[in-house]
Design a protein around this ligand. Structure first.
Ligand code: SF4
Length: 353
């Protein structure tokens, strides 16, 4: 494991830090020119350069396979643009909106579903005027019950700027819940200062933090301490993970990840099937494989360790659960229900059916 003092942002810096061989700099620089690279010291320190299949490296080190875009892959795989009424807002479902405050992240994941719109080449954050228009949209739409801060990673903002936005959202009467999607407590745990934690507490409204984490090794002692600071402040924590080939696509690793999360007081929320982002085919599994993993989790791991396996329908039609089905109708007479070992059992229909 290597330790670095600053975020690594180029192939040359990765080679200097011993994370890639020097003779691969030229080819990987081409990838870095196309899709942003950033590894914080915490992430770089987790990679074992001696292991060609290191699951942390697969998530963060550029790969020439990214330069191949499959026919099925899309620039905007989950259709954000289709549902964006004003800059910074995605209004896909009736009762909630995404508010994209920033276009940068602490790290850049090689499978990112917004890789065409996040990165240092993009505009850093909403201008004050654009933020004003986004907040006005939320105020005008009384059906909006929940605001999800995502982007970009909202926790790269300074505590002062984040608190200012959270306060304005909390002041909107019909907004009852704020949700922040972030990777920061894991990839840059020192950033989770008491001031940043205070900025999230939603001033009378419920605030949830949804942590993006994909492998149990990401939950280091420092990351666990950062999550504990949030939990101790009364902020409920949920997780979202992406199912990734060579990272977490075996039942033991996935189960260990879910257990580690629960031990950190983080309830596993979503397991995302990999989105059709450009140049990410080498990291996607089949849906059948994902369903098999979900079956294995149900058998061997606590109910607390069960996320919902979901797929974002390309084009912006929203998420659908795509996990295995355990119930099958048998004519009109009864059902067959499957137990966690694969055994099948009759279950009667309701008396009035
Ligand atoms: S943290 Fe999320 S938005 Fe940022 S690069 Fe990773 S997947 Fe993309």
């Amino acid at each position: 494991m290597r330790s670095t003092e600053r975020t690594l942002r180029s192939a040359a810096q990765l080679a200097t830090s011993g994370l890639i061989p020097a003779d691969r700099v030229a080819e990987l620089e081409k990838v870095a020119e196309r899709y942003a690279v950033a590894l914080t010291p915490a992430v770089a320190g987790l990679i074992n350069p001696g292991n060609a299949n290191d699951p942390i490296a697969r998530q963060f080190l550029p790969d020439v396979a990214e330069l191949v875009t499959g026919q099925e892959e899309r620039v905007d795989p989950i259709g954000d643009d289709t549902h964006s009424p004003v800059e910074g807002i995605v209004h896909r479902y009736p009762d909630r909106v995404l508010l994209k405050l920033v276009h940068v992240c602490a790290v850049y994941c090689r499978f990112c579903f917004r890789r065409e719109t996040v990165g240092p080449g993009q505009k850093h954050a909403l201008t004050p005027e654009a933020l004003g228009r986004a907040l006005a949209y939320i105020r005008q739409h009384r059906e909006i019950w929940e605001v999800i801060l995502t982007g970009g990673d909202p926790l790269v903002l300074s505590p002062r700027r984040l608190e200012a936005v959270v306060k304005q959202l909390a002041a909107i009467d019909h907004v009852k819940v704020l949700r922040l999607h972030t990777r920061v407590p894991v990839v840059d745990p020192r950033r989770m200062t008491p001031a940043l934690v205070r900025a999230i507490t939603a001033f009378g409204k419920a605030a949830y933090v949804v942590l993006h984490v994909n492998h149990p090794r990401e939950l280091t002692r420092e990351a666990r301490a950062a999550c504990a600071r949030l939990a101790d402040a009364g902020i409920p924590l949920l997780s979202q993970s992406v199912l990734l080939k060579g990272v977490n696509d075996d039942a033991q690793t996935l189960g260990d990840l879910m257990r580690s999360l629960v031990e950190c007081r983080i309830k596993p929320y979503y397991l995302h099937h990999g989105d059709l982002a450009p140049g990410t085919a080498h990291l996607r599994t089949s849906i059948e494989h994902g369903q098999g993993l979900m079956r294995a989790l149900r058998g061997d791991f606590s109910g607390l360790c069960q996320p919902t396996y979901v797929l974002d329908i390309p084009g912006g039609q929203g998420k659908s659960p795509v996990g295995p089905n355990y119930l099958q109708a048998v004519g009109r007479a009864s059902y067959l229900v499957e137990d966690y070992r694969g055994g099948r059992h009759d279950y009667p229909p309701a008396a009035d059916s």
